[in-house]
Design a protein around this ligand. Structure first.
Ligand code: PLP
Length: 395
């Protein structure tokens, strides 16, 4: 006997992976420079040099036994203290090392938080469109995903729709800003509206509703956009953070859970996150990756390339007649299918050797997602193909 639901998960490649594999095959057939691959959200700028410098310094400074040994399950105390101090300095918070739990990226932060805080049968509200792994993470332990559409005009949070979805069964809501797949950043007004409503509903229902803030793209914002720090608006907040995108380190797997010090029953919540991470077998986050962090706080990879790509794409595609949501963060562009069907759009794009992901897997059938964490030259080369693609809808 096996766990059939796990077998199905393992056997079925995600649509993104499927497209990536198709791209690999096509590149072998016609040459990589002739395939315009916008499928994956893999950072395309290198990690800052300070990353390898920090690793080299640690290797020569620290004994291999302590450098490569287990850290405590929560993470190295000095590392957590340095991150706590950085959060306080940057966001005017008052967290300490014991609010933090180091994880293997945001994915592990999310699974530990969800498993620790939500009971089987309880609901987790997820605004659509959303990162498809949320569904896998929630359903894995018997939680129920409750999808709630965002506002049609700008894909920001539709607070009335979220309020209508809240019930006795609601345990948590996940929000992700800057957003994958839309690039939308929820502004302070939108966040205040949400957190005021959640505070009111908590009182009316007499129960906690956790706000889980998934933040792998926090630093990837452009122009005047700012990303409000959610613990300052709502005490029952848990932040799931990752260095995968800000430092271009997605394969190294490092991030953390931050439990707001003012969350209801702080100690029990923190212990539940620790217990869930233990039950999931995480043991501790990679030691070397933890220990480089105090030397890198506040640094990012050179994200100016993403901004350049964003401007080029938004300007050109809008001029050709595409309808799109102007992204303010992350490195994704959500484009409305000219036919109204994202699947058809993604298929048709392949005839121009353009790879974009249909929106259905993110919960928005009419759109497709384009990842612009690619070389600017790829975008420049792809623009004539994008022009032909939209013209093909006018025939
Ligand atoms: N959440 C969102 C919205 C993401 O886009 C990703 C990765 O692409 C993750 C979480 C997982 O990030 P990590 O690599 O830190 O596990």
């Amino acid at each position: 006997m096996i766990n059939e639901s796990m077998r199905v998960l393992g056997a079925r490649r995600s649509v993104i992976r499927e497209l990536f594999e198709y791209g690999k095959k096509r590149k072998a057939e016609i040459g990589a420079e002739n395939v315009y691959d916008f499928s994956l959200g893999n950072p395309s700028v290198p990690a800052p040099e300070a990353v390898s410098e920090a690793m080299t310094a640690l290797i020569s400074e620290e004994s291999p036994i302590s450098l490569h040994g287990y850290t405590s399950a929560q993470g190295d105390a000095g590392v957590r203290a340095a991150i706590a101090e950085y959060i306080n300095r940057t966001h005017g918070e008052s967290v300490n090392a014991d609010c933090l739990y180091m994880t293997v990226g945001a994915a592990a932060a999310l699974t530990s938080t969800l498993t620790g805080l939500v009971m089987p049968g309880e609901e987790v509200i997820v605004p659509t469109p959303y990162f498809p792994e949320y569904k896998v993470f929630i359903e894995r332990f018997g939680g129920v995903i409750r999808e709630v559409p965002t506002r049609e005009c700008d894909l920001k949070l539709d607070v009335s729709a979220i309020e209508a979805a809240i019930s006795e069964k609601t345990a948590a809501i996940i929000i992700n800003s800057p957003n994958n797949p839309t690039g939308v950043v929820y502004d302070e007004e939108n966040i205040k509206e949400l957190t005021d409503m959640l505070s009111r509903r908590e009182k009316e229902l007499g129960k906690v509703i956790y706000l889980i803030s998934d933040e792998p793209y926090r630093e990837l914002v452009y122009g005047d956009a700012t990303v409000p720090y959610l613990t300052k608006y709502y005490d029952d907040t848990v932040v799931c953070y990752s260095y995968s995108k800000s430092l271009s380190l997605p394969g190294e797997r490092i991030g953390y859970v931050l439990v707001c010090p003012r969350i209801r029953d702080f100690l029990s919540v923190y212990q539940a996150v620790c217990g869930a991470a233990r039950a999931l077998g995480y043991v501790c986050a990679p030691s070397l990756l933890q220990k480089i962090l105090p030397r890198l706080l506040g640094m990012t990879a050179d994200i100016s390339v993403y901004d350049k790509n964003r401007r080029l794409l938004v300007e050109s595609l809008t001029e050709y007649g595409y309808e799109l949501i102007r992204p303010e963060g992350a490195f994704y562009l959500f484009i409305k299918s000219p036919s109204g069907d994202g699947e058809e759009f993604s298929e048709r794009a392949k005839s121009e050797e353009i790879l974009i992901v249909p929106g259905a897997d993110f919960g928005s059938k009419e759109y497709a997602r384009l990842s612009y964490c690619v070389k600017t030259e790829q975008i420049e080369a792809a623009l004539p193909a994008f022009k032909r693609l939209i013209e093909s809808y006018k025939d």
